[in-house]
Design a protein around this ligand. Structure first.
Ligand code: ZN
Length: 204
């Protein structure tokens, strides 16, 4: 056995001792204060580092029955659709990375939100500048804990923000500022004019 080979083994064993069996972005539970049901969230049960990609694909290809289970099986055939070039995996909470992802995937308009556990409200992490209806809208919730982060699909932003609202009937929520409209017409007029509310707390 050569010395070079021994060095190689040593290096591997160090890596294994640092290995976190849960994985940096494997499935994480929803934040404590986030409403547990009827919250509009699909929390993908991945066991790899790909929760961002799975969540984007799950948002683009909705599945009715257990959309959170077995992402490889449900969304594996769509993986080629995404251009993840120069995107670090796991995907960090980072504006330049989200911008790069949108550049790579010009048809996608991405918004990323995070639930503030203490204030029990949604905060913006990234708001797309692509505002037209021609874009495919992807809204993601990111959960961060220490240095781990995990992405979920926001299937229904209105349900997530206004979960406790007693108002029934169809409502339209602006994904750039979280204002709610009961008229589709007024909502459509607002969209191109919306300036967004970056980094502002949004209370239901
Ligand atoms: Zn708006």
């Amino acid at each position: 056995m050569s010395d070079a080979y021994l060095d190689y083994i040593e290096e591997i064993s160090i890596e294994i001792s640092d290995f976190n069996p849960i994985g940096p972005t494997a499935h994480m539970p929803l934040p404590e204060t986030l409403p547990k049901c009827n919250n509009g969230i699909i929390n993908i049960q991945n066991n790899d580092d790909w929760c961002f990609g799975w969540s984007v694909l799950g948002a683009l290809h909705p599945v009715k029955v257990h959309p959170e289970r077995n992402p490889h099986q449900l969304y594996g055939s769509f993986v080629e659709e995404l251009n993840m070039e120069d995107i670090p995996i796991p995907v960090p909470v980072s504006t330049p990375v989200y911008k790069k992802f949108e550049e790579n995937n010009p048809e996608i308009s991405l918004c990323v939100y995070e639930w503030h556990n203490q204030n029990e409200c949604l905060e913006f992490r990234y708001v797309s500048e692509k505002r037209g209806k021609e874009y495919k809208q992807v809204n993601l919730l990111v959960i961060t804990e220490d240095d781990r982060s995990h992405y979920c699909i926001i299937k229904d932003l209105y349900k997530l923000v206004y979960n406790h609202s007693k108002h029934k009937g169809r409502k339209y929520i602006c994904r750039y500022c979280l204002h709610v409209y009961s008229s589709e017409k007024v909502y459509s007029e607002h969209l191109p004019k919306c300036k967004g509310l970056n980094n502002t707390f949004q209370r239901p």
